[in-house]
Design a protein around this ligand. Structure first.
Ligand SMILES: Cc1ncc(COP(=O)(O)O)c(C=O)c1O
Length: 402
């Protein structure tokens, strides 16, 4: 039998989806599983976007321009400009999700063996995209005790080598929900400019910011223009994950031209996704007011209840819709599997994403889980009650086994 590639072997399985077979088995047994493991929101997609797809009158579903439909890029540029992100339509490339923007960006800026510094815990798929691009992730650890704030500047300086090509941040962060301050972004700017690096900023959760705070885009920080590649997506913004539309934004013409060649190789982003995405830009602001208020309530319920469980520690996230919690267990993955396969409380259980999959440093995150507050408040309350009972029962089982 021919052997598969080393790349294929090294490709990490998604820590978010890895436990799916256990959840499927629990469901086959008739149990209710609260999915706090994945960022699939239950919020309705804006009606304008659904209508645009329903009203499609074409006779052919054609390829579009490799950079995406011009009408969409123009409208998107206008949307960004309103957010103080001064890009023109030829600095915006429509991609198949933010995922493809990340991939094209990394492929365009990093060679095999080049290093990219990423604060950990980070969105696990960065590992897969970096591997595909041949790049090495150099993690810099953010700590739960500091609410996962950006590590100090000298920590970054220590990690920079002659192979360092870029820094990647996610703001607000998946998985921690941490929202970077303008001062932190300026600190990053100083490092990036001093060492002549690229800065990748994944801003796909830009709208989801709580407690009256405002998101600062890296585009608002002076001096970064030629260094910056911003990743965007409509997946979460309009609850349109399946439309598969994202965007790459850069003022660096060489990066744009290179990314466009990768885009040409995959021909074009999805046609219906672009139709829906363009129409979604007409979503009334009241939609976001409601959605952000709803997520903030969900966060308050989840984080409040988590911190009431003995031994659980959870910082209060400033944005996105995830939080990383420390559990009083040695091996969170074992606990997550046990919750799905062995435990049941009032015919319910909870699915969470084990924390170690969000770290590149071996051994970190072992007692952490990522939880997404994408369910309604009632389900979140029930899930937290279930988790509290699960932790108690797990300890009893472990003590008996000793
Ligand atoms: C931080 C982050 N970046 C990028 C993506 C990619 O999203 P998509 O490809 O659906 O736009 C996700 C999806 O969950 C994410 O959480």
């Amino acid at each position: 039998m021919p052997s598969i590639s080393n790349k294929g072997r090294q490709m990490p399985a998604s820590p978010i989806r890895r436990l799916v077979p256990y959840a499927e088995e629990a469901k086959r047994k008739g149990r209710i599983v609260y999915h706090l493991n994945i960022g699939q929101p239950d919020i309705y997609t804006p009606q304008v976007a659904l209508d645009a797809v329903k009203n499609f009158t074409g006779n052919i579903i054609e390829y579009s321009h490799s950079a995406g439909n011009e009408s969409y890029r123009k409208k998107l540029a206008a949307y960004y400009q309103k957010l103080n992100i001064p890009v023109t339509s030829d600095e915006v490339m429509i991609t198949t999700g933010g995922s493809e923007a990340l991939l094209f960006g990394l492929m365009s800026c990093l060679d095999a063996g080049d290093e990219i510094i990423i604060p950990e815990p980070f969105y696990a798929n960065y590992l897969s995209f970096a591997l595909t691009a041949g790049a090495r992730i150099i993690p810099i650890t953010a700590h739960i005790e500091d609410g996962f704030a950006l590590p100090a500047i000298d920590e970054f300086e220590k990690k920079i080598t002659s192979r360092t090509k870029a820094i990647l941040i996610c703001n607000p962060s998946n998985p921690t929900g941490y929202l970077y301050t303008r001062e932190e972004l300026e600190t990053l700017r100083d490092i990036v400019v001093k060492h002549n690096l690229f800065l990748f900023a994944d801003e796909v959760y830009r709208e989801f910011v709580y407690d009256g705070k405002k998101h600062t885009s890296t585009f608002e920080i002076d001096g970064l223009e030629q260094h910056l590649v911003v990743v965007d997506s409509i997946s979460k913004r309009y609850s349109m994950c399946g439309a598969r539309i994202g965007a790459l934004l850069t003022k660096n013409k060489e990066v744009y031209a290179s990314a466009l060649k990768f885009a040409q190789a995959r021909l074009s982003p999805p046609t219906f996704g672009q139709i829906a995405g363009e129409a979604a830009l007409d979503t009334p602001p009241s939609y976001f007011d409601e959605v952000v208020t709803e997520y903030q309530h969900r966060r308050d319920v989840m984080v409040g209840l988590l911190n009431q469980i003995p031994g659980v520690k959870c910082p209060n996230p400033g944005g996105a819709f995830y939080t990383v919690a420390q559990l009083p267990v040695e091996d969170a993955e074992d606990f997550c599997i046990w919750m799905l396969s062995e435990f049941v409380y009032q015919n319910q259980t909870v699915m969470m994403a084990p924390g170690s999959g969000f770290y590149a440093t071996p051994g970190l995150g072992k007692n952490e889980v990522r939880l997404a507050y994408v369910l309604n408040k009632e389900s979140i309350s029930k899930a937290m009650e279930c988790l509290a009972h699960g932790l108690k029962a797990y300890h009893q089982v472990k003590e008996l086994a000793m």
